[in-house]
Each structure stands twice: as C-alpha cells, then as structure tokens.
Design a protein around this ligand. Structure first.
Ligand code: IPM
Ligand code: MN
Length: 345
C-alpha cells in the first residue's frame, strides 16, 4: 500500500491554525490503504528566540528523508527582517533545489475580484525558485555613511533558466489553451533578458503547438488587471514572479486562496508546499485565517506525489464550498471541517 511520510513546518502566526486544517483535509481525502505519517519540525520565530537557530544542519538533513514538506507560514515582527526569510524559507528552497515555484491563480465561483466585469481567470505562474536576485549576491560599501553603495546581483545561469523554461513549456503543452507568456524586462535588464528570451525561443521550437508571448513585467501588471484572461502559463524569474503572484492573488479573491508549490521535479529532494500568504500575526490565534490557501497547497502536494484523483477532489471541494457559501464569516476550523466533509463524501 502507498504511504506518505510528510514533514510539517507549521511555523509562526496563523501557520499552525491553517496547517492543522490542511492536514485534516489531507487525512480525509487519502484512500483507506494510504498511510500518512507526519513529523512536526519546530522551526520559526519561537525557535529562533529560544536558541538563536533558524535551520540547523541536522534538521536540514532530517528533512531530506521525507516525501514532501507542508509549511504554514514563517515570520514575526519580533524577529529582524530577513533572518527567518533567508535563514529558513529561502535556505530550504535553495538547499532542496526548488527551482519551480508553482503558483496557480484561478478566480473561483462566488469569489470577489476587484476587477470589472468578473473576467475568467485561470492561469499558472511558473516562478524560477533558485536564482535571480534571491541568491544573496551583493554587498555594501561604506555602509551607513552618506557615501554608501549597495549592490544586489541577479544571478541567471543557462542551466537554471533552461530547466524552468522547459518545465513551463511542458505545463503549457498539457493545458487546453497551450499558451505560454515569458515575463521579463529585457529592454533594461539586457544580459539576463537576453539569456531568458534566447532560451525561451530555443525551447519554443520544440513545442510548435504552444503559442508564445513576451511581456515586459510592467506591462504584465497592466494586463493582469485589465485583461487577465489573456494568461494561461507565465514563466518568469524569481523576483518578478514574487511580485506578479501577489498581484495575481489580489485579483482572484485574495491571498487567502493562493496556493504554491516549491518543486524539485527530479524528486532528488522533497518538494515543499505552502500558502502564498504570510504569518499574519495581527489575526493569529483568533480562528479568523482562511485555511483554503493551505488546503489548495495540499492539493498541489497530492498531485506532486501522484495522487491526481485526490488532488482534483480537494480542488472540486474548494470550488463547491466557495460556490455554496452565503457570505457569513466562518472560522478557520469551520472552513476546514466543511472541506474535510466534502472530500470524504
Ligand atoms: C513568498 C514570500 C517570500 C519570497 C519571502 C518571505 C522571502 O514573499 O513566498 O512569496 O519573496 O519568495
Ligand atoms: Mn511573495
């Protein structure tokens, strides 16, 4: 029989609340014969305050033995900005070579969008996950003086760009509309822009059925708001992808519904699934957080591990649940219970 050996990093703020609902739905949807083992890792703000550690080597090693990681949220105002982001979240993405940061955006039925005319929105952003300006390449001279100079270097390798572009073409090919848009800024970032565009055009030749498009990132933000239906699959670098996917979440019912997967398709390392949102310390512990983004991340996790039927069942449950809701506020647990009941039925 099948089994899932899952690492859980609930993390900070609303993280533990949304993760427990995610696990509830995961347990409810798995077939009887599939065994689920979970191990919680005590990582995040509290751990840092207690021990000064963000992600010790021993735990990084231990995490490697799991089939996948479910992460809630990391970060707290009491921890200096960047410490947990770099020392934990990005460290995991880099150490486990999560070069695909997959972020689907769908406007679900009965979901409020700030966009006029309720357009159809159903696209997926394939955000590069291990390069760009996230590599920590840079420095500061004469720090803190009026003559300070700061550099932040974006690293783009042929290897890194080609593997994410290939993944995006394969995803576009598998979708009904078969359209792929490259988003960059090659009128200004000419070196990286050249590498991305060249690689994109080269791989495009192998996918004659996929229609291709190129947009500068600033123009892409306009179209995301004025014409979101023009997007099917977007491929872009780490930082542009970070920004575009927050915007995408905002136009598809908010960050409470946005799921993501940090994926290493080779399976050499466990992939990690997490809601796009943060730890929201202002509403932590009040049962106000929407666990749907985490539950949709669980669907991505299931799909990654080969449980396609179960993944689809979770996504259908979310669609039905959002269609059926009457607008009265529900607690984190009520939403989790409703979705667990739907996937079990
Ligand atoms: C995200 C977050 C992270 C990112 C931060 C917390 C490092 O904004 O997952 O989108 O920039 O990737
Ligand atoms: Mn972000």
């Amino acid at each position: 029989s099948r089994s899932i050996n899952l690492a859980v990093i609930s993390g900070d703020g609303i993280g533990p609340e949304v993760v427990s609902q995610g696990l509830k739905v995961l347990r409810a949807v798995l077939p009887q014969d599939a065994k689920l083992e979970t191990k919680e890792y005590d990582l995040g703000a509290q751990r840092w305050h207690r021990t000064g550690e963000t992600l010790p080597d021993a735990e990084l090693e231990a995490l490697k033995s799991h089939d996948a990681i479910l992460l809630g949220a990391i970060g707290d105002p009491s921890v200096p900005s960047g410490v947990l982001e770099r020392g934990l979240l990005l460290k995991l993405r880099f150490a486990f070579d999560h070069f695909i940061n997959l972020r689907p955006s769908r406007l679900f039925p009965n979901t409020r969008t700030p966009l006029a005319g309720n357009p159809e929105i159903d696209f997926v952003v394939v955000r590069e996950g291990t390069e760009g300006p996230y590599t920590g390449n840079g420095g500061s001279l004469r720090t803190g003086t009026p003559a300070e100079v700061a550099t932040e270097v974006s690293v783009n390798t042929a290897y890194g760009v080609e593997r994410v572009v290939r993944d995006a073409f394969a995803r576009a090919q598998a979708r009904p509309r078969k359209k792929l848009t490259l988003v960059h800024k090659n009128n200004v970032l000419v070196y990286a822009g050249h590498l991305w565009k060249n690689t994109f055009d080269k791989v495009a030749a192998e996918y004659p059925e996929v229609s291709t498009d190129y947009l500068h990132v600033d123009a892409a933000t306009i179209f995301l708001v004025t014409q979101p239906e023009r997007f099917d699959v977007i491929v872009t670098d780490n930082l542009f992808g970070d920004i575009l996917t927050d915007l995408a979440a905002a136009v598809t019912g908010g960050i409470g519904l946005a799921a993501s997967g940090n994926i290493n398709p080779s399976g050499a390392f466990p992939s990690m699934f997490e809601p796009v949102h943060g730890s929201a310390p202002d509403i932590a512990g009040q049962g106000k957080a929407d666990p749907t983004a985490t539950i949709l991340s669980v669907a991505l996790l299931l799909r990654h591990l080969g449980y396609e039927t179960e993944a689809a069942r979770v996504e259908e449950a979310v669609t039905t649940d959002l269609t059926a809701r009457d607008g009265s506020p529900r607690t984190t647990e009520e939403i989790g219970d409703a979705l667990a009941a739907r996937v079990a039925g």
